[in-house]
Design a protein around this ligand. Structure first.
Ligand code: FAD
Ligand code: SF4
Length: 510
């Protein structure tokens, strides 16, 4: 009997039980295919990151005496789709069994299910052995509930995996340290420079350039910044724990010009392709805190653990509970197009210019840039969630649909009407100014609501609440906004709406 085992580009988990023994009758197959490079317009660094990591992973498997079939992008035999390549292999090499790991993405899950139904040989599917909760765990946990509170799921995960617990109580008696975190960077503060890898990926880049794959963003092919192996991913994790964790929580929401990574870990890509696992990530963080409790405050550690076993697992649970319907939700019925400058960074708005330019340059922006700058603006501008999703799914190196769409359509665009968040994440210039150093040198004035120099966030913010009163007016978490608005003088309100209207009509000129 001969077995063919498929490994998807985000299933690079060398600790998977599949690899614990070698077996000459088993072949592993990995493929660089057009169906994957073309389902969104990806950042060039995202495609390169995936292919480089896959190639590295395949060669490591071979070194460990596993037998591997690898389709490179331009191989003449490559039929550019999973089912076609698999069928070709099964026919020519007489496999009698096919196996794959549970995909993280709904689209691929369907492709694989359909493929297996068409097979004449036997098949089986196994877990990817990466996540700390199953696909259905969140759905079962919140069964019958209308809102899915992240905090409750996070606490369940802490208890289930016995992380920072004392019996069934949180170690310090308190679950949540958000109140101690999220500060602005002090003006003279110079953050630790990020660790980057400077890998030469010119070969892959030139192979991609030979095709007509449409990409966005830039790449420095000889100095690729992202980790492409487990070894590099662990180095990045160790760097984070040594250098960044002590200030992670404090500056988790801070933004400042020309600092693209601050105290963030940048391990989302490594984790999402499974080079490293969430459990080992938090174990390293916890053991560093145990060794250096004076340097790493508990609030910093808790803030980090919450992101990984809270938010990340929660988003995955939402995804499997709500897909495929989730992908079509548009609570506000927004219909606008994304401004052209989302693809070029050419806007006078400092905060957006910085967030977009760094995304084009690094395929990365941190959470608050994604949520409160680009996401905030798109929602205020009434952009169709499909457009917003397409942008986020393409531009970030860590963007895989299960975690992209739940964050974008759910958390950021409130297109789910409040499954992920209890209120829309929108703000005027006040919040951006509170958390960043962008406004001072901006063409627009943060304090102005109307006029040529008025910060667009200000009028668009009030316009958003005005336009969506029927949908939000009864939401207790935004009631205060409506009280303020109702007290506004009619002429002030009219001027704000007129300003917003002007900006919306000239959105590409902002
Ligand atoms: P850190 O700030 O160092 O956080 C550590 C880890 O916590 C991250 O690596 C990530 O795995 C996890 N994490 C933190 N916040 C979240 C969250 N909200 N959801 C899930 N995991 C989280 N993350 C992705 O991995 N892929 C995406 O495509 C993606 N799209 C997003 C789109 C929008 C509009 C928003 C608001 C957020 C998105 N996120 C996404 C979540 C988050 O912004 C990124 O995980 C994070 O910025 C990655 O950088 P980091 O590794 O430096 O994170
Ligand atoms: Fe952004 Fe407005 Fe501040 Fe300019 S003034 S940086 S547009 S929030």
């Amino acid at each position: 009997a001969k077995t063919l085992r498929l490994l998807l580009g985000d299933q690079l988990n060398s600790n998977h039980s599949w690899f614990q023994t070698t077996d000459d009758s088993v072949r592993y197959v990995l493929m660089e295919i057009r169906s994957e490079t073309d389902y969104a317009i990806h950042h060039i660094q995202k495609i390169v990151g995936f292919f480089a990591a896959m190639r590295h992973f395949a060669s490591e498997l071979k070194e460990k005496n596993h037998r591997v079939i690898y389709y490179q992008l331009n191989d003449p035999a490559n039929l550019q789709a999973f089912d076609k390549n698999l069928n070709q292999l099964i026919e020519t090499e007489n496999f009698t069994q096919f196996e794959y790991q549970l995909p993280d993405e709904y689209r691929l899950d369907e492709i694989m299910k359909n493929f297996c139904q068409s097979l004449a040989i036997s098949y089986s599917v196994t877990d990817s052995e990466h996540f700390m909760s199953t696909r259905t765990e969140l759905g079962d946990f919140f069964d019958g509930k209308k809102t899915f509170l992240m905090e409750s799921f996070y606490q369940r995960m802490r208890k289930k995996h016995n992380i920072l617990m004392q019996g069934d109580k949180p170690l310090t008696g308190k679950w949540n340290y958000d109140g101690d975190n999220r500060k602005k960077l002090p003006a003279a503060h110079k953050p630790t420079p990020p660790l980057v890898f400077n890998t030469d990926v010119s070969e892959i880049v030139s192979e991609i350039k030979k095709t007509n794959i449409k990409t966005i963003g830039t790449i420095d092919a000889q100095y690729f910044v992202w980790p492409t192996s487990r070894k590099q991913s662990l180095e990045l994790l160790d760097f984070f724990v040594a250098e960044c964790l002590p200030l992670f929580g404090s500056y988790q929401d801070a933004m400042t010009p020309n600092e693209w990574s601050l105290y963030h870990s940048r391990i989302s890509f490594s984790m999402n392709v499974k080079l490293i696992s969430p459990l080992e990530v938090i174990h390293r963080a916890i053991s560093a805190w145990e060794k250096r409790p004076e340097e790493i405050g508990y609030n910093q550690l808790e803030g980090f653990v919450r992101q990984i076993i809270g938010w990340r697992e929660y988003m995955r649970g939402i995804y499997w509970n709500k897909m495929p319907d989730f992908a079509a939700l548009n609570f506000f019925n927004n219909q606008n197009k994304l401004p052209d400058w989302y693809w070029t960074g050419k806007t006078k708005m400092n905060c957006l210019k910085d967030a977009i330019n760094q995304s084009l340059q690094y395929a990365y922006a941190h959470h608050i840039q994604r949520l409160m700058v680009t996401g905030n603006f798109a929602l205020l501008a009434g952009v169709h969630p499909d457009e917003v999703d397409a942008w986020y799914l393409g531009i970030y190196i860590d963007a895989i649909e299960w975690v992209e769409i739940t964050n974008t359509r759910g958390m950021s665009q409130f297109a789910d009407g409040g499954i992920v968040g209890t209120k829309p994440y929108v703000s005027s210039a006040t919040y951006i100014d509170k958390m960043s150093h962008y406004c001072g040198s901006c063409f627009y004035k943060k304090a102005l609501k109307t006029g040529d120099k008025a910060c667009p966030f200000n009028s668009l913010y009030w316009n958003f609440y005005d336009k969506n009163e029927d949908k939000l007016g009864k939401n207790p978490r935004v009631g205060m906004m409506y009280n303020v608005r109702h007290k506004m003088k009619p002429e002030d309100k009219a001027a704000l709406l007129q300003q917003a209207d002007y900006y919306l009509k000239n959105i590409n000129e902002l």
